[in-house]
Design a binder for this molecule. Structure first.
Ligand code: SF4
Ligand code: SF4
Length: 346
């Protein structure tokens, strides 16, 4: 415990891998649920884990808009919306901390560039004239999704939420990866290889979630703060930064790429010179407090949804069995291609 409270990187690694284990547990439970559904109830029933909805961010965003404009928490994928809310709350308060402390894709991405560093001695630095336009790609993707959702009025949002496609979106996502096409397979392989040679390739250039959190993180009151008086300009902070931010030149790090990973703080050799603070003259926030806040915000938002009885969706075993049988029909292809409710109103 003493080591964890004094070593932000060990604490961060422990939290990251705990979250990966949680996601693996959700994945195994969902796999068993899918096996039950795909065998039409022929194998043992395992309850569908609501946490799987964390991997349906578009559905979560639509649910959030429906809640704000329609005043209704939908019962199709409610946990997806609360997971999204927890991530947005952490972005608003704690910069892009979700990316470097909790996100399993962020953890995989970090493990891959560390592997690349071990194999090749260093990672590839993309020239800034290419880096800037590439970084804007994730904002374009985010704009595409947010703009499409912004055009939807409450009836259109309800129609999407109640569509057969959305109701089984988690099952469709599972089948996408279980029966992955060769194009999608090779795309994943290319992304993995690029992530080995370039630090956080997916997160830095393509992840719309990262773009959303990056935009929100500008508002975050907590920022990496450098004390100019005691700084000895050794540049160790800049060398340690996986987001290629020139920390040694900043007083407060405003960059949308800062994930509050504390690597620069850990690298600084002068005590109380580089920390996370509310203001330049405020008290530093130790890594263990920051890590507890990241986990705390996530647990608080999702826990409140559980306590309020808004976590589980309303689809029962019987409805799932019925939908699994027609999963390959056109109604489930994608929203808009015949996605209608059936005669029973489901
Ligand atoms: S500035 Fe510091 S906290 Fe932010 S990404 Fe770089 S190393 Fe991590
Ligand atoms: S590591 Fe610390 S002392 Fe060195 S340049 Fe960065 S802030 Fe200044």
């Amino acid at each position: 415990m003493w080591k964890l409270s004094n070593d932000s990187q060990s604490l961060r690694t422990m939290i990251q891998f705990s979250f990966v284990l949680l996601c693996l547990w959700i994945g195994i439970e969902f796999h068993l649920f899918m096996r039950w559904g795909l065998t039409a109830g022929g194998s043992a029933y395992v309850t569908r884990p609501p946490g799987v909805e964390g991997f349906l961010p578009i559905s979560g965003l639509i649910s959030l808009k429906y809640w704000i404009e329609g005043g209704i928490v939908n019962t199709v994928h409610p946990s997806g919306m609360f997971i999204l809310l927890a991530i947005l709350a952490s972005g608003l308060l704690l910069k892009k901390a979700f990316c470097s402390w909790l996100c399993p894709v962020g953890t995989l991405s970090e493990s891959l560039w560390m592997l690349g560093e071990k194999l090749f001695g260093r990672n590839l630095r993309i020239n800034r004239w290419i880096d800037y336009p590439l970084r804007s790609l994730k904002y374009l993707l985010l704009f595409f999704f947010v703009n499409a959702i912004a055009q939807m009025d409450v009836p259109a949002l309800r129609s999407f939420i109640e569509s057969p496609y959305n109701k089984m979106a988690d099952a469709k996502m599972y089948l996408f990866f279980a029966n992955i096409s060769s194009f999608a397979f090779w795309t994943v392989i290319v992304l993995v290889l690029l992530s080995v040679v370039v630090k956080n390739f997916w997160c830095r250039y393509l992840c719309p979630y990262g773009a959303l959190l990056g935009a929100m993180s500008i508002l975050s009151p907590l920022k990496i703060t450098r004390q100019q008086k005691s700084c000895i300009d050794c540049e160790l902070c800049t060398k340690a930064c996986p987001s290629a931010i020139k920390v040694h030149k900043a007083v407060r790090v405003w960059s949308d790429e800062c994930t509050a990973c504390y690597k620069c703080v850990e690298a600084c050799p002068v005590k109380n010179t580089l920390d996370v603070r509310l203001r330049t003259d405020a008290r530093p926030v130790p890594g263990w407090v920051f890590g507890s806040l990241v986990v705390g915000v996530f647990v608080a938002v999702t826990g409140l949804a559980m306590l309020a009885g808004l976590w589980q969706n309303s689809m029962g075993k019987e409805e799932y069995l019925h939908r699994f049988q027609e999963l390959n029909t056109q109604a489930y292809e994608h929203f808009g291609s015949g996605g209608t409710t059936d005669a029973s109103g489901r």
